[in-house]
Design a protein around this ligand. Structure first.
Ligand SMILES: NC(=O)N[C@@H](CC(=O)O)C(=O)O
Ligand SMILES: [Zn+2]
Ligand SMILES: [Zn+2]
Length: 429
């Protein structure tokens, strides 16, 4: 199978070129290439980027297939320009054994729209009491390299220390949901002026920052590798900058929603805006954007978190936290980082593809757009404008906080090892 992308801008730069894809790799790049028997895709003015890699996706299978499955989540990922996603371990049963991670891995392969890499739990049952069998999961067919109790914080410092020690031996990374549980009991919203006004119990920034600081010290002490999930506060950025300057093995992600939305939205009491960590202030949003541009925060991860209507269309306090992200990520990053000139398209490739692939140790993702490289690609229309409609998403759930918003830029084609997985808003294959 071969394809010729005609007239693309590599990373949105320079003169238009044609890109020939044969046998799963980029075989030629040049002007006016002969198509031979390749399928021609007219792509004048479109921006070609390496396929996106999401370090933080909730696919809900096994256990909550009423809200998302590996198949529907893979479809959403392909439509969003992703060629690899990391499926979080907070499923039912929890992905804390070889059996479950291999099940998720195999299902992802069967669906074949995106590489689904299972994240292994750090502790048995996400209970924070006993380390899971990290080595067994690492050596399994799934080859787990990212471990996380996401949804919960590994708050016991001794367990966190042991996990970081293991991460060295396994060439893995421990992805921490940084939330000191004693500081967030009953928390419903960012602690601050808005929460006080609305009468919602506060989730203070320090509950995140204290754990990030502690874990950076532990990562430095052990020589292990820490990844900080969904960074949401200005203080966390300061801690990360300090830790990186002293050579700590730490990386960090920010979600699209934390780059765009603030706690002012909570005035509507619409639980679609409830998420963990909570939406913060515009000061935090500005700090997160700057940190991503600077590289203090390494990458964007969606924290795509589908939820059933009964868990979202209810009272604020009983609603579950989480929001969809896969099909809006590129556009929200364009809105917050490209339109604002904080990043160019090469920068977008860095934060959505190259850095996440490096952090997770994926050798064939986030690669340069060059001859001989695997054809894992996302083609973006930089001039598109579109209106978000959750009901139109491939996800089973529709809990998008961006409903009705008009956003810039759109993924028009995604390719996994030379195979088209999504084209013009339709899933292929
Ligand atoms: N982000 C969320 O608000 N929810 C996530 C869990 C998590 O990422 O902590 C979920 O699984 O629903
Ligand atoms: Zn989390
Ligand atoms: Zn999550």
């Amino acid at each position: 199978m071969s394809a010729l992308l005609r007239g693309v801008l590599l990373y949105g730069e320079g003169e238009p070129v044609d890109v020939l894809i044969e046998d799963g790799v980029i075989s030629r790049i040049g002007a006016g290439l002969d198509e031979g028997d390749a399928e021609v895709i007219e792509a004048q003015g479109k921006v070609l980027l390496p396929g996106f890699v999401d370090l933080h996706t909730h696919l809900r299978e096994p256990g909550r297939e009423d809200t998302e499955t590996i198949a529907t989540g893979s479809a959403a990922a392909a439509l969003g320009g992703y060629t690899a996603v990391f499926a979080m371990a907070n499923t039912d049963p929890v992905a804390d054994t070889q059996l479950v991670v291999e099940h998720v891995w195999r299902k992802g392969q069967e669906v074949g729209l995106v590489d689904v890499h299972p994240v292994g739990a750090v502790t048995v049952g996400l209970k924070g009491e006993k380390l899971a069998e990290l080595g067994t999961m690492a050596r399994s067919t799934a080859g787990v390299r990212v471990f996380s109790d996401d949804g919960h914080c590994v708050h016991d410092p001794l367990l966190m220390r042991r996990a970081l020690e293991y991460s060295k031996a396994l060439d893995a990374v421990i992805a921490q949901h940084a939330e000191e549980p004693k500081l967030t009991v009953g928390a419903q919203a960012n602690e601050g002026e808005v929460a006080s006004r609305l009468g919602l119990a506060g989730w203070p920034a320090v509950a995140e920052e204290a754990i990030v600081a502690r874990d950076c010290l532990l990562a430095k002490h052990t020589g292990g590798r820490l990844h900080v999930c969904h960074v949401s506060t200005t203080g966390t950025v300061d801690v990360l900058r300090w830790a990186k300057a002293r050579g700590t093995g730490v990386s960090a992600e920010v979600t699209p929603h934390h780059l765009l939305l603030t706690d002012e939205l909570l005035a509507s009491y619409d639980p679609v805006n409830k998420v963990n960590p909570p939406l913060r202030t515009s000061v935090d949003v500005q700090a997160l954007r700057a940190a991503l541009a600077e590289g203090v925060v390494d990458c964007v991860a969606t924290d795509h978190a589908p939820h059933a209507p009964q868990d979202k269309d209810c009272e604020w306090s009983s609603a579950r936290p989480g929001m969809l992200g896969l099909q809006t990520a590129l556009s929200v990053v364009a809105q917050t980082m490209v339109v604002t000139e904080l990043l160019d398209w090469r920068g977008v490739a860095r934060v959505m593809s190259e850095r996440p692939a490096q952090i997770a140790g994926l050798p064939d993702q986030g690669r340069p757009l060059a001859e001989g490289e695997p054809a894992n690609l996302a083609l973006v229309d930089p001039d598109a404008r579109w209106t978000v409609r959750g009901a139109d998403f491939a996800s089973i759930s529709d809990n998008t906080p961006f409903e009705g918003m008009e956003l810039p830029a759109r993924v028009v084609l995604t390719m996994l090892r030379g195979r088209i997985t999504a084209h013009e808003g339709k899933v292929c294959g």
